[in-house]
Structure formats: structure tokens, C-alpha cells
Write a protein that binds this ligand. Structure first.
Ligand code: GDP
Ligand code: MG
Length: 441
């Protein structure tokens, strides 16, 4: 008996899981797509391994073929990783809110200072830009031009007073902003073309002098593979709370986004898409995911296939519901399997405060329960599934033996099914179906 039971379960599993060959074949393609998108190699490795793990645990989809299904898992996972912890700017309880920009020279910090200022001004804030890049001769001038275009104030050392000390400028700017009723201070800093210890220390000193509410790491999307070393260096040298990706209007596929996110774990908050101040937006994980994968057509197909499938399912079920009688044990099984496939709901439960430790229990109880019910129904003849009324005592005993459960469990299932069927009939006749168009409340 127990052998029989094991084989029932293993055949369920074998049918229910994606094959290793399917997963491998698609993951090879994904790997190439990610490398072409300039995702750093260690990140590609880690990500693909992670996706394989997820794909191995996934139920075979009825709507998608295996390759499509793996691509969908990859896409979902990308969106998840890129969008995890997406958050808005943190404002200080006591103004001004201090935002400090850090990054390599040419990353787009000064331009971003203007974009951010304009964006914040449109939301009713009164930002002030601070020129703490005194490294390049015309950096102050550049920031003043940007500030004027953004229609915001700028704080800079007096011209003609020598080079000046960027840390001092940053420090005094805060008091100045407070006096002038600016609720946000955006500090532009200097960067080198390569990672430079002296400038890293200067940025760290500015950070210590002003204790920013947000340090934003500004990174050029075209940087590609170098994103990892650069992000790591700034993480260690200055530290940052969020990332801004610039030059997304270029042809870079955006692998830097995944690399930086993966390496630092910090949220990508904004995207810069051009030289003009209005070329700026919050970061959209889904757009970035399809840009990195570059499988727009496939993703559209997957979406369509799934939508069609869902609609067919819904229509089928609605038909059954309105006729009442048409609802069979076969449908009962199908519905149960649909519930079982709702992994995200289980995950949600697991993420709720206090539910974390129960996560394994939630998963196990649920799945085993459903597997047993499935085994019972699969031990029935088609005639029994179609018309459970014919299931008498001897049939129950046979079904119990066949599925390796007790007669009581078979009884319980049949009773539960009749209850469900009764409820369907009640809803279909007279009362209407709650929540459905034309149905009663
Ligand atoms: P910083 O050295 O980090 O301050 O970088 P800048 O703000 O001076 O920008 C360097 C160059 O990149 C300038 O020519 C900018 O106009 C340009 N730039 C900045 N952001 C973008 C962007 O999102 N798209 C494009 N195409 N160019 C940008
Ligand atoms: Mg600059």
C-alpha cells in the first residue's frame, strides 16, 4: 500500500514540475541575454542559479510552454530584485532635508541635481543646490546654470576667494538654507574618472559634516561591467542609501541596474533619460527588467497566452456555476489545484509579522492536504467523478484503498463536495452570484 502511495505522489510530482532539461535550455539563453545586457559575470551566475532553483520548484503551467514559463519566472524575479524595497525620498522631520550626490565624474550628478530640484520644486518644495564640487574649474558655474534652469537657488563659495573648501561650503550651506527657508538641500560633489581615495575621503568628510538624510549614488548606465567595482568602492568609501541610474536614453541595456542592485542591495530610486531637466522619472522595475532581458516580444506573447488562458478558465467556471449541476468532482479538483498553484499567497502569509516561523508549516499542511484530496479524486472512476451520488459504501472502500487513505477521509471529501455543490446551486438559482455582474450582493 505504501509503495502504491509513494508512486502516486511521485507521478504527481513528475507531472507537476518543469523538467531539468527545459530549465537548463532556457537558462542558457537567459545567461547570454544577461551578459549581452552587460550584467557583471558574478551577478549573472548568482542570478541564474537563483532562477533555476525557483524554476525547479514551479508547477507546470497550463497556459505557457516550459520555455515561456522559465522566461516568465526570470522576468518576475528580475522585477522583484530590481524593485525590492523601492521607496520614496526620506524627508527630515526637521527641515532642511539634506540630499547628497556621489559618483564618478561624468556620471551625471550635476545634471541630476537640477533634475531633482526641478522635480521637487514642482511638488511644492523649495530646494537649494550646493556647489561642493570645487575640483573642476567651471563646476560651480555649471551648477549655477542648472539651478537657474530649474528655477531654484544655489549656494556656492564667493568667486575670487581661491579654491575654497568643499566640506566647509557644505557645512555652512545647511545653516544658510535654514535661514532662507529652504526645506531641501541638494549637495553636488566632485568625482574622478576613476575611483580616487582622496576624493572618496572628501565625500566622506562632507557626509560627516552634514549627516545627509539621503546619500544617492549616481551611476551611468553605460558603465556596464564596471558597475560592480564602482558601486563597491562607493559603498565602502562613502556609503549610500539609494541609486540613481543615468543615461538610460543611450543604448545601454541596463545590466548595471541589476549589478548595482545585486551587489549593494540598495534601492534604485530614479532614472535619468536625457540631458534636459525634464528627462527624469522614478525608476520602473518592470521596464528595466524587459530592457535587460530584451525579450519584449516573448514577454508580450506570454502575457497574452496567460490572459487568454485565465479568461477561458473563468468563462468555463462561470458556466459551471450558473448551471449548478454541472459542477463535478473534476472541477473541484481543478479548483483546488489552482489554489495550490497560488504560491504568492503562501509567500505573503510567510512574510506577515509573526508568520515567518510558521512558513514551513503553512506550506506543508496545505500542499499535503491538497495532494491527499487529489489522490482520492484520482482514484475515482470518471463516472464517479461526474456523478458522486453513485459513490456507495463499497465504492468508498475501494477508493480509500486505491488512494491510501481511510474511508473516513473519502467520506469527508464527498460530504465537502456536496456542500460546495449545494452552495453553487443556491447561488445560481435566485440569489445570484455575489460579486459577479448581474449577481446579487
Ligand atoms: P557629473 O560629472 O557627475 O556632475 O556629470 P554631469 O552632470 O556634468 O554630466 C556629464 C555629461 O553627461 C553632461 O554632458 C550631461 O549633459 C550628460 N548627461 C547627464 N545625464 C544624462 C542623461 O540622463 N542622458 C544623457 N544623454 N546625458 C546625460
Ligand atoms: Mg558635476
Amino acid at each position: 500500500l505504501s509503495d502504491r502511495l509513494t508512486s502516486v505522489f511521485s507521478s504527481l510530482r513528475a507531472k507537476g514540475r518543469l523538467s531539468e532539461a527545459d530549465i537548463d535550455a532556457t537558462c542558457r539563453e537567459i545567461r547570454i541575454a544577461l551578459l549581452e545586457a552587460d550584467v557583471a559575470l558574478p551577478v549573472v551566475r548568482a542570478f541564474v542559479a537563483h532562477v533555476k532553483e525557483r524554476a525547479r520548484g514551479a508547477e507546470v503551467s497550463q497556459a505557457l510552454n516550459p520555455a515561456q514559463q522559465v522566461v516568465k519566472i526570470v522576468n518576475d524575479e528580475l522585477i522583484d530584485i530590481l524593485g525590492g524595497e523601492t521607496r520614496r525620498l526620506r524627508f527630515a522631520k526637521k527641515p532642511p532635508t539634506v540630499i547628497m550626490l556621489a559618483g564618478l565624474q561624468g556620471a551625471g550628478k550635476t545634471t541630476l541635481a537640477g533634475k531633482l530640484a526641478r522635480w521637487l520644486r514642482e511638488q511644492g518644495h523649495a530646494p537649494m543646490l550646493v556647489a561642493a564640487d570645487l575640483q573642476r574649474p567651471n563646476a560651480v558655474q555649471q551648477l549655477s546654470v542648472v539651478a537657474e534652469r530649474a528655477g531654484v537657488a544655489v549656494y556656492a563659495p564667493e568667486p575670487g576667494n581661491g579654491v575654497g573648501d568643499p566640506v566647509e561650503v557644505a557645512r555652512t550651506s545647511i545653516e544658510h538654507a535654514r535661514r532662507q527657508q529652504h526645506d531641501i538641500v541638494i549637495i553636488d560633489t566632485a568625482g574622478r574618472l576613476g575611483i580616487d581615495q582622496e576624493l572618496m575621503k572628501q565625500a566622506a568628510d562632507i557626509r560627516d559634516a552634514v549627516t545627509p538624510d539621503e546619500v544617492l549614488f549616481v551611476v551611468d548606465a553605460m558603465i556596464g561591467q564596471d558597475a560592480v567595482t564602482t558601486a563597491q568602492a562607493f559603498m565602502e568609501g562613502v556609503g549610500f542609501d539609494g541609486v540613481v541610474l543615468t543615461k538610460l536614453d543611450g543604448d545601454a541595456r541596463g545590466g548595471a541596474a541589476l549589478s548595482v542592485r545585486h551587489i549593494t542591495g540598495k534601492p534604485i530610486m530614479f532614472a535619468s533619460t536625457g540631458e534636459k531637466l525634464e528627462d527624469f522619472d522614478a525608476f520602473h522595475p518592470d521596464r528595466m527588467a524587459s530592457r535587460i532581458l530584451d525579450m519584449g516580444d516573448i514577454l508580450t506573447l506570454i502575457e497574452q497566452a496567460q490572459r487568454t488562458f485565465d479568461e477561458e478558465q473563468a468563462a468555463k467556471m462561470a458556466g459551471k456555476l450558473t448551471s449548478g449541476d454541472g459542477f463535478t468532482l473534476e472541477d473541484f479538483l481543478e479548483q483546488m489545484m489552482m489554489v495550490r498553484k497560488m504560491g504568492p499567497i503562501k509567500n505573503l502569509l510567510g512574510m506577515m509579522p509573526g508568520m515567518g516561523q510558521m512558513r514551513d508549516q503553512i506550506n506543508q499542511i496545505d500542499d499535503r492536504d491538497l495532494d491527499r484530496v487529489a489522490a482520492i479524486i484520482r482514484s475515482m472512476t470518471p463516472a464517479e467523478r461526474e456523478n458522486p451520488k453513485i459513490i456507495d459504501g463499497s465504492r468508498r472502500a475501494r477508493i480509500a484503498r486505491g488512494s491510501g487513505v481511510t474511508v473516513t477521509e473519502v467520506n469527508n471529501l464527498v460530504v465537502r463536495f456536496f456542500d460546495a455543490q449545494k452552495m453553487m446551486k443556491r447561488m445560481a438559482g435566485g440569489l445570484g452570484i455575489p460579486g459577479m455582474p448581474g449577481g446579487g450582493a
